[in-house]
Design a protein around this ligand. Structure first.
Ligand code: ADP
Length: 628
């Protein structure tokens, strides 16, 4: 049967992404939304939208009954669950079916089987798919589990049978720690999944996460669409994914494809699925199967030219797979970076609030999937992923370059994001040489912390006296030029410490602290919003808050202070003859839509005030004279 209208039981960027394909296929779309998402991008794009209820997930995106009712009310033929939420809930799939609707996803029985880590492993072992050595039995007595752990040999990984998203997973280093970690894993699993059963696995110390995209139709055909390397993870959660896997032996690669197809056949699958493997050097093991579309499906689309959502819809309609295995080709390389509203420097704490400004950049054949727009909020109720940037290149290094440019030219203000963190990883030698394992970022054994190089002070100064700023910076600051001849002193707050840097402009660039010579290049960028400046230099992002916060700037010589840029005097704090101490605020200027405090460079007596409140000043105009 042909599907004419689809209800999308999801939100954010995946809802947007499904709507895009539906539009191309001439299929009508229905979005559903909670209070938080009433004005979301997905809702505005869909042909129709149905309000589900408040903000609680149980009232909205996890309320299967309401969603089915909504689909029936608006006469949709099918429900696409996206990923997360109801996408892997067998009971929901069954109910959709019972309601006479098409579920665009896996068969309920496959979801149930793969939803249990122990049942999945048993099935795979029976199908002769290699699995991580371990214990997946029904007997859960602590004594037996401890014995089995000994047999496997430490370190051992405890995983929740019903686990997902890295929850309920504990590494046990030695027998002495086993009981404590077991209890902790069980507690976490009980709270998160209502099931405290566990499996045990040998802990692989340098694991790569390689997964194979598979697709099956209802006529018994199964194909793979190559693999993805998702080893760049934080807290067992993927942040950068790529396809194909780099640096993988071709025999191993083909064996993985074969094993994935074999695994898919073994469970009489239908639709899009992913077989996740863990790679230990050249040995790979089945880890789990995800019975849905993955967040990282775009990288597969970019190397194969296949629209996986269109295939899902075709297969759900009962059509055969659009392509045979031999016709599915891999071309070039693709990388996806997940942009999260979170603070990578502070335990990846989610950052919620209003997105004041947002720009994402793309490159040839690349794309951006995002469910948010400027002035939307990042809410505590949902996953803080705000966008996926996906780059394509003829080969991996071309792809890395494009991804880096996409990241550098993207900026989000209002919430903290991991854009800088992503750039740092992509730019690292570890990533370039495929030396990132799934635990590398958590173990912090990558030396990717950066000192602030002197060039950054020069670029920051160029924001304040931009006569020598590079062309790309010009676009950001609006393009006025001035001559500033005196040294600019930046007082900067770096990790709670005050630092002073002196930047002098000369004929071909900047001199920083009398020592470093810096010449602007077109790769240097600045993003500005209100009080924030982000400097991008050598693919690293440095964020500063102007002024009164992280950065102070003043143009001065021994006995006088000059306007560092054109602006208006909005407040004067001192009078002629007053005694001031070093650091006292003398006056406040408004310039470039921000307030700039002009402070005393030394203890002094004010000789003359050359300006008054409301005066407009030009750059380099005399503001205050001090007694010599
Ligand atoms: P979840 O279902 O919670 O996402 P997975 O079984 O998919 O759990 O594992 C998540 C991540 O944990 C993997 O991508 C990998 O980084 C790590 N991992 C899983 N099993 C092992 C193992 N046996 N040894 C080392 N790391 C592992």
């Amino acid at each position: 049967m042909s599907i004419k209208k689809i209800l999308i039981a999801n939100r954010g960027e995946i809802a947007v992404r499904i709507i895009e394909t539906c539009r191309q296929m001439g299929i009508r779309t229905v979005a559903v939304y909670s209070d938080t998402d009433r004005y979301s991008k997905a809702v505005s794009m869909a042909d129709e939208a149905v309000y589900l209820g408040g903000v609680a997930l149980s009232d909205s995106y996890l309320n299967g009954d309401k969603i089915i009712q909504a689909a029936q009310d608006c006469q949709a033929d099918a429900i696409h669950p996206g990923y997360g939420f109801l996408s892997e809930q067998a009971d929901f799939a069954k109910k959709v079916d019972k309601a006479g609707l098409i579920f665009i996803g896996a068969p309920a029985q496959a979801m149930r089987l793969m939803g249990s880590k122990s049942a999945a492993k048993k099935t795979m072992l029976a199908a002769e798919v290699p699995c991580v050595p371990g214990y997946q039995g029904d007997d859960q007595s602590p004594e037996l589990l401890a014995q089995e752990a000994d047999k496997i040999g430490f370190p051992v990984l405890i995983k929740a049978v019903s686990g997902g998203g890295g929850k309920g997973m504990k590494i046990v280093e030695s027998a002495a720690d086993f009981d404590k970690q077991l209890q902790s894993a069980q507690r976490e699993a009980r709270n998160a999944f209502g099931d405290d059963r566990v499996i045990l696995e040998k802990y692989i110390t340098k694991p790569k996460h390689i997964e194979v995209q598979v697709f099956a139709d209802s006529l018994g055909q199964v194909v793979h669409l190559f693999e993805r390397d998702c080893s760049t993870q934080r807290r067992y959660q993927k942040i950068i994914e790529e396809a194909p896997a780099a640096d993988l032996d071709d025999t191993v690669r083909q064996a993985m494809h074969q094993a994935a197809v074999q695994a898919t056949r073994a469970i009489e699958y239908r639709g899009a699925g992913t077989i996740e493997f863990i790679l230990d050097d050249e040995q790979f093991y089945f880890m789990e199967m995800n019975t849905r579309l993955q967040v990282e499906h775009r990288v597969t689309e970019l190397i194969t030219g296949v629209d996986l959502v269109a295939w899902q819809i075709a297969v759900a309609e009962g059509q055969p797979l659009p392509k045979k295995q031999a016709d599915i080709q891999c071309q070039g390389h693709a990388i996806q970076a997940r942009v999260y509203a979170e603070d990578a420097d502070n335990d990846y704490l989610p950052s919620t609030g209003l997105i004041e400004h947002l720009q994402f950049s793309t490159e040839e054949k690349g794309l951006v999937d995002s469910g948010v727009r400027a002035h939307d909020s990042v809410s505590i109720h949902y996953d803080p992923m705000i966008a996926k940037l996906v780059a394509w290149g003829e080969d991996r290094s071309a792809c890395i370059q494009r991804m880096q440019r996409m990241l550098n030219h993207s900026a989000v203000f209002g919430v903290t994001t991991n854009l800088g963190f992503l750039s740092t990883i992509i730019d690292s030698s570890y990533f370039k040489q495929h030396q990132i394992y799934t635990n590398s970022l958590d173990n912090q054994n990558l030396d990717i912390q950066q000192q602030i190089p002197p060039a950054v002070w020069a670029i920051l100064a160029s924001q304040i006296m931009p006569s020598h700023a590079s062309a790309s910076m010009w676009e950001q600051v609006g393009g006025w030029r001035l001559q500033q001849t005196r040294p600019l002193i930046l007082t900067v707050n770096v990790n709670g410490q005050r630092e002073q840097h002196q930047v002098t402009m000369n004929t071909d660039g900047y001199l920083v602290d009398g020592q470093y010579h810096y010449q602007p290049t077109s790769d240097d960028l600045c993003h500005r919003h209100r009080y924030f400046v982000q400097v991008i230099h050598h693919n690293h992002r440095y964020t500063f808050q102007l002024p009164n916060h992280d950065v102070q700037a003043v143009a001065s010589d021994a006995n006088a202070l000059y306007a560092p840029m054109p602006g208006k005097i909005i407040d004067i704090k001192v009078s002629e003859g007053a005694q001031v101490a070093q650091g006292d605020t003398l006056l406040i200027m408004e310039a470039m839509k921000m307030e700039l405090a002009i402070k005393a460079e030394r203890d002094a007596e004010i000789k003359t005030l050359a300006v008054a409140v409301d005066h407009q000043v030009k750059a380099d105009d005399l503001l205050v004279e001090l007694m010599p």
